[in-house]
Write a protein that binds this ligand. Structure first.
Ligand code: SF4
Ligand code: SF4
Length: 140
């Protein structure tokens, strides 16, 4: 008897506005037989849907589901291992503050310094491209 290889992956899904109310997660369960655990769900200021999920199931189902998701226009990005801030580069511009789905960046109201709360970070990597001076980095 062969046992199907199973996977469990943490991923960030970004839905364009037109897909926000479509039953996409329902299809992952019903058509692809995946299990999911929602780690975070939000709508960005651009009205994009953002879901951070742990998806698990057989490797084949997972790969088929990824093809389905990208085919309908969902952006999918795996969670990276670890994200840190290069303190020497950060200019405290604040561009990362609204991007972060878990509020890991907090502006100090008195000093306007942007504090980074590393323990809140779930390593979704959304701040990496948002930072104009590339102060947010992935630890490999
Ligand atoms: S976007 Fe970059 S430079 Fe601006 S506050 Fe965030 S980490 Fe610092
Ligand atoms: S990677 Fe950046 S945007 Fe994502 S949770 Fe961590 S600090 Fe927030």
């Amino acid at each position: 008897m062969t046992v199907a290889k199973t996977v469990a992956r943490k991923v960030v899904l970004r839905f364009p506005h037109r897909l926000v109310d479509k039953p996409i997660i329902y299809r992952l369960v019903k058509d692809y037989d995946l299990q999911f655990n929602i780690l975070k769900a939000s709508v960005t200021p651009e009205e994009e849907g953002l879901l951070i999920l742990e998806l698990s199931g057989s490797k084949k189902s997972y790969d088929d589901a990824v093809r389905y998701l990208t085919g309908v226009g969902v952006e999918l990005q795996p969670l990276v291992k670890d994200v840190f801030r290069n303190e020497e580069r950060c200019t405290h511009c604040g561009a990362c503050v609204t991007i972060c789905p878990v509020d890991a960046f907090v502006v100090n109201p008195k000093t306007r310094v942007v504090d980074f709360h590393e323990t809140k970070c779930i390593a979704c990597a959304l701040c990496i491209n948002a930072c104009p001076v590339r102060a947010m980095e992935v630890r490999l």
